[in-house]
Design a protein around this ligand. Structure first.
Ligand code: OXD
Ligand code: MN
Length: 583
C-alpha cells in the first residue's frame, strides 16, 4: 500500500530520509494487521498475553517507568506569535521547535519499522470528521490507534479525496525524559512528538490532534473541540437527551459516560457516545450537534470494578490492551480497587511488594474499542452527530462547589466553565492533589490563547438562538473525615435527571449568586443513605468561600490581559457584586 496523494507521499519520503527506518509499513487497519502486530510484540517481549480464558485476546504492556503519564511541561504550542498560544500554553517559536526536534528525529528510526497510519477522527463519512496521518516507529502506538480511531484504508481514501490532513510525526526515540518533546504547530496543522510511548503523548489522534490542533482549527471554522464525554440519557418513556460533560482528566468521565442506572431508578437507560472528547458543531437548524472523534476508550484502570463501572469492567475482558497494571499469579490483570484477586507482580514487572507502592500505576490504562461497551450507542456512527440538550462543566473539589448548579444564560455558563478549578490527578506528571484552574477542563489541551477561546465560546450566542443550557457539577465534596458525601457513580443519574428536568422546564430551583441550585428535595434521594443536612450542604453555597473563589478567578483572568473578553470580566464582576450583597 502507498498513496496517490503527492503531498502525503512526499512527506513520508522526507520523514524516512531523516529518520532512516529499516522499512516502511502503510497501515491498512485490518484485523489481520492488528493480530500480526500483537504477535510481533509478544515475540519481542513488549506485550504479554494475559490469561486467555478470562481475558480473551487481552494483552499487557509495561511502559518505561519514566514514561507513564502526559508531560505537560514538555508540551508546546508553537505559533509565530507567543500571544496566540497564550499564557495557558508553553510556547516556542515554530523555527526553534522544528530545529530542536528535527535534530532528535535524525536517524531515530534506524533498525526500526516506520508505520504510516492514516486515520479519521469522527464517523468516516461525517462532514464534521477530520483526518490525519500519524507516522510512528511504535507498534504499540499502531495497535492502540486501531482501537481508538477509524484507521487504515478507508481513512486513506478520504484523505486522498480531500487532499488535506493533519501531519503527526512520532518516535519513541530513546525514551530519555531529557529528550522528550510534544510539539504542536497549529498554524501548519502538524505535530511532532519524540521520546515518549505513553498514550496522550504518543497516540497523536487523541489529545494532540482531536483537542490541541482541532481546538485551533475549530476556532477558525466556527465549531468547538472539547474535553467532554457525550452520554444519552433515556427516561422510562423512551425519550433520550444527550449531554456533553467536561471534566478534567481522571475525574470520572468514563464512569459517567457508561453509568449503570441504579435499581432505584427503573426504566432509565444510558447510551455512551464518547468518554473523552466531543466535537460540537451548529447543525443546519442552529442546534448544537456532537460527534465523538474517537472510536475507543483509553481509560484509567484503578478503581474500576463491578460496582463503580460494570460496563467498563465487563468490556475490558476481551480484545483490550492493558498498560501498566499489575498481574495475579494466574496471569490476570490486577489493579487497586478491582475487588477480586491479589497482585503477584507490579506494573514494573517486579514481584509485588506493598512497600514499593501500588501494584498498578495510578495512571494505568485500558485501551478498548467502543463497540465492546454494553451501553455503546449506535448513534456514535451517525454522520450528523447527536443533538445536545445540556453542557456540563465539572471539577474535583472537596469543598466550595455544590453538587450541581445551573447557569442563568449562555454568558453565565461560559463563566462557570471558565472558572472551573480542580485537584490535579495522576493523569499528568505533577503535584497530585493541588487545586489548579482548569477552564472547561481544557487547561492541558487548548491549542490557543484561553482569552480568545472564551471569546469564541461567547460568540455562539450571536450565531444561534438554540443554545443548550449550561450546568456545573461536583461529585467530590468531602466531609471533615475525608469521606465523599455524595455516593457518585450510578447515583449521578439523579443529578442528570435534575439537569434534564431543568432543560425541560419541569422543575423549579433557587436563585443564588452563582446560579440556580436545586430546591430542597429537588434531587430525588429516595433509597439513598444520605442525611438532609448532607443534602443541604451539597445544594447550598457558602458565600464567604465563593467570594474567595470569585477573587481567585478575577486574579487568574489578569494573566490573559487584553485577550479576556469584556463580557467574561463583566460576568465575573456581576457575580462578585451579587456575592457582596448576599449574606
Ligand atoms: C486522558 C487524559 O488520557 O485526559 O484522557 O489524560
Ligand atoms: Mn482526557
Amino acid at each position: 500500500m502507498t498513496t496517490s496523494l503527492s503531498t502525503l507521499k512526499e512527506w513520508v519520503d522526507e520523514v524516512a530520509s531523516r529518520t532512516l527506518p529499516e522499512e516502511i509499513h502503510w497501515c491498512d487497519g485490518s484485523d489481520d494487521e492488528y493480530q500480526q502486530l500483537i504477535d510481533a510484540m509478544v515475540a519481542d517481549g513488549t506485550m504479554s498475553p494475559l490469561d486467555q480464558d478470562e481475558y480473551r485476546n487481552c494483552y499487557l504492556h509495561l511502559s518505561d517507568p519514566s514514561d507513564v503519564a502526559r508531560v505537560e511541561h514538555l508540551t508546546f504550542v508553537c505559533t509565530e506569535r507567543p500571544e496566540d498560544a497564550g499564557p495557558n500554553n508553553n510556547w516556542m517559536s515554530p523555527a526553534e521547535a522544528h530545529a530542536k526536534v528535527d535534530a532528535l528525529f535524525e536517524g531515530a528510526m534506524k533498525g526500526r519499522t516506520m508505520y504510516v497510519i492514516p486515520y479519521c477522527m469522527g464517523p468516516i463519512d461525517s462532514p464534521y470528521a477530520r483526518c490525519g496521518v500519524e507516522i510512528t516507529d511504535s507498534a504499540y502506538v499502531v495497535a492502540n490507534m486501531k482501537l481508538m480511531t477509524r484507521m487504515g484504508a478507508r481513512a486513506l481514501a478520504r484523505i486522498e479525496r480531500e487532499g488535506s490532513f493533519v501531519k503527526g510525526l512520532h518516535s519513541t526515540g530513546d525514551l530519555d525524559p531529557e529528550k522528550r518533546f510534544i510539539m504542536h504547530f497549529p498554524e501548519e496543522l502538524s505535530i511532532k512528538s519524540i521520546g515518549s510511548g505513553y498514550g496522550g503523548n504518543a497516540l497523536l489522534g487523541k489529545k494532540c490532534h482531536a483537542l490541541r490542533i482541532a481546538s485551533y482549527q475549530a476556532r477558525t471554522e466556527g465549531w468547538l473541540a472539547e474535553h467532554m464525554l457525550i452520554v444519552g440519557v433515556e427516561n422510562p418513556r423512551g425519550e433520550t437527551h444527550y449531554i456533553a460533560c467536561a471534566l478534567p482528566s481522571a475525574c470520572g468521565k468514563t464512569n459517567l459516560a457508561m453509568l449503570i442506572p441504579p435499581e432505584s431508578l427503573p426504566g432509565w437507560k444510558i447510551w455512551t457516545l464518547g468518554d473523552d472528547i466531543a466535537w460540537l458543531h451548529l447543525g443546519e437548524d442552529g442546534s448544537f450537534r456532537a460527534i465523538n472523534p474517537e472510536s475507543g476508550y483509553f481509560g484509567v484502570v484503578p478503581g474500576t470494578n463491578e460496582k463503580t463501572n460494570k460496563n467498563a469492567f465487563d468490556m475490558i475482558r476481551r480484545d483490550a490492551i492493558f498498560t501498566n497494571v499489575g498481574r495475579t499469579a494466574d496471569n490476570k490483570p490486577w489493579w487497586e480497587g478491582k475487588g477480586v484477586g491479589e497482585p503477584a507482580y507490579d506494573w514494573r514487572g517486579n514481584e509485588y511488594d506493598p512497600e514499593s507502592g501500588p501494584a498498578a500505576h495510578p495512571n494505568s490504562r485500558f485501551t478498548v474499542a467502543a463497540t465492546n461497551n454494553p451501553s455503546y450507542s449506535e448513534l456514535a456512527e451517525a454522520p450528523e452527530g447527536v443533538p445536545i440538550s445540556a453542557i456540563v462543566f465539572g471539577g474535583r473539589r472537596s469543598t466550595v462547589t455544590p453538587l450541581v448548579y445551573e447557569a442563568r444564560d449562555w454568558r453565565h455558563g461560559v463563566l462557570i466553565g471558565a472558572s472551573i478549578g480542580s485537584k490535579l490527578t495522576a493523569a499528568a506528571v505533577g503535584e497530585v492533589g493541588k487545586i489548579r484552574r482548569d477552564p472547561m477542563a481544557m487547561k492541558p489541551f487548548c491549542g490557543y490563547n484561553f482569552g480568545d477561546y472564551w471569546a469564541h465560546w461567547l460568540s455562539f450566542e450571536n450565531r444561534t438562538d438554540k443554545l443548550p443550557k449550561i450546568f456545573g457539577v461536583n461529585w467530590f465534596r468531602q466531609d471533615e473525615d475525608g469521606n465523599f458525601i455524595w455516593p457518585g457513580f450510578g447515583e449521578n443519574l439523579r443529578v442528570l435527571r435534575w439537569i434534564i428536568d431543568r432543560v425541560e422546564g419541569r422543575i423549579g430551583a433557587k436563585d443564588t449568586p452563582i446560579g440556580y441550585l436545586p430546591d430542597e428535595g429537588g434531587i430525588d434521594t429516595t433509597g439513598l443513605d444520605i442525611s438532609d443536612d448532607a443534602m443541604h450542604e451539597l445544594t447550598s453555597i457558602d458565600v464567604a468561600h465563593w467570594r474567595t473563589e470569585n477573587k481567585h478567578f478575577a486574579d487568574y483572568l489578569q494573566k490573559f490581559g487584553e485577550h479576556v473578553p469584556e463580557e467574561l470580566r463583566h460576568q465575573q464582576q456581576m457575580m462578585a457584586e451579587q456575592l457582596a450583597k448576599a449574606s
